[in-house]
Unconditional design. Structure first.
Ligand code: PLP
Length: 417
């Protein structure tokens, strides 16, 4: 079959057979290794998105491959009526990395949304009236933050356009601006929980104001509300700490993790701290697949390798290098960079992120448009000098392609701060 025919085939198959909620697929990818993937025609791409901050170790990493194969050949799945060694090992590892101390607990699901659904139920349990205490029907979440696509997590997601087709929403959630003043104004003793995305990834890699998490910890504690930090995109070393909340030196009541902990094997988790660990009681939540031996063995091996290879520190140093590389391109289209570690937003001066992503793909580089004027970069944590040099070259050429096409003013601008 000729290449042209096969391209036709897969595009037709995709548009006929796949649900239309995602747009047209860009390319058909067939293989990956390290920071690279290949399409069906053998074209190589440098993957600076890593499946949206998922493939922490890079594609087909031997530790990942071995963990999948070994555990699949040993014991993949039993019901949650039973414990398995990899499940208990991963729970203990996550507690240690999150710093819960002995009284932390871990709930396993299969995705970020499932982790956040569990967190939503945790907030409801905390909000129950009883023992003479009044109830807490209110839940606070931040405008623009993303927490998932299921009905519970969509209700927590501060993006009205995403919610509208699916109204009515699960009730009780109120959205506030990401300022300490807005939190102070909204908070009272009827709030069960505040949900926070420490860096708003889907919104364009937007950081919280300096000191926000510390203030949020103090304000929620003062009113007896839970502080729940969604670390699904920021966790697993991505920002240069195991979890982004650790940069702020606080102790939350719960965090949720997913994306980067499985290197592509679907898994999510809710990790609770202190008294919040006692809220779930038998019968209140569960999942058939959640925490099975295969998923937990793979995530355990991935996190062990992140630790062994020093990738927490690498996220910081490589992140600086990537941002320097963006600055060094000196493109008039780029306003500056933001983010932490290897979760980076490149702010554009014009709403041309889609065009830049398309041009980058032409040049063999995969990046993402978080919104129309922000490029999101989230490469594997294993990238080195070679990949960063190649990124600079390809990203520079993509920016240049778009600048030329749009006939923009090429006057050099001062280097961003
Ligand atoms: C990706 C993401 C989710 C949802 O995770 P899924 O695995 O897609 O359900 C939730 N919160 C944040 C911050 C995310 O980045």
């Amino acid at each position: 079959m000729s290449t042209a025919e096969s391209v036709e085939d897969w595009r037709n198959d995709a548009s006929r057979d796949l649900v239309r909620s995602a747009g047209d697929r860009y390319e058909m990818l067939t293989r990956g290794e390290g920071a690279y993937v290949w399409d069906e025609n053998g074209k190589r791409y440098l993957d600076f998105l890593a499946g949206i901050a998922v493939v922490s170790l890079g594609h087909a990493h031997p530790v990942f491959v071995d963990a999948v194969a070994t555990q699949a050949a040993t014991l993949a799945h039993v019901s949650n009526y039973f414990a398995t060694p990899p499940q208990l090992a991963l729970a203990a590892r996550l507690k240690r990395l999150a710093g819960t101390g002995p009284d932390g607990r871990v709930y396993f699901g299969n995705s970020g949304a499932e982790a956040n659904e569990a967190a939503f139920k945790l907030a409801r349990l905390h909000g129950l009236a009883g023992d003479g205490k009044p109830g807490r029907p209110r839940i606070l979440a931040l405008t623009g933050a993303f927490h998932g696509r299921t009905m519970g997590t969509l209700a927590l997601t501060g993006k009205p356009a995403m919610q509208e087709p699916f109204e009515p929403m699960v009730p009780g959630v109120e959205f506030i601006d990401s300022t300490v003043e807005a939190l102070e104004a909204a908070m009272d003793d009827r709030v069960a929980a505040l949900f926070v995305e420490p860096i708003k990834g889907e919104a364009g890699v937007l950081e919280l104001p300096e000191g926000y998490l510390q203030a949020a910890r103090e304000i929620t504690a003062r009113h007896g509300a839970l502080l729940i930090v969604d670390e699904i995109q920021t966790g697993a070393a991505r920002t240069g700490a195991w979890f982004a909340f650790q940069h702020a030196g606080i102790t939350p009541d719960a965090i949720t993790v997913a994306k980067g902990i499985g290197n592509g094997f679907p898994i999510g988790a809710l990790i609770t701290f202190g008294a919040a660990s006692e809220l779930f009681y038998p019968g209140t939540h569960g999942s058939t697949f959640g925490g099975n031996a295969l998923a937990t063995a793979v995530a355990g091996a991935v996190l062990e390798e992140v630790e062994r290879a020093g990738l927490v520190e690498a996220a910081t140093t490589r992140g600086v290098q990537v941002r320097d590389a963006v600055d060094a391109i000196g493109s008039g289209l780029v306003e500056g960079t933001r983010g932490m570690g290897l979760l980076i937003g490149v702010a554009l001066r014009h709403p041309l992120a889609g065009a830049v992503v398309a041009a980058a793909q032409e040049h063999g580089l995969i990046i993402n448009a978080a919104n129309e004027s922000t490029i999101r970069l989230a490469p594997p944590l294993t990238i080195g000098d070679v990949e960063i040099d190649e990124f600079q070259d390809k990203f520079g050429r993509a920016l240049h392609t778009v600048e030329s096409a749009m006939l923009l003013d090429h006057t050099p601008t001062e280097a961003p701060a």
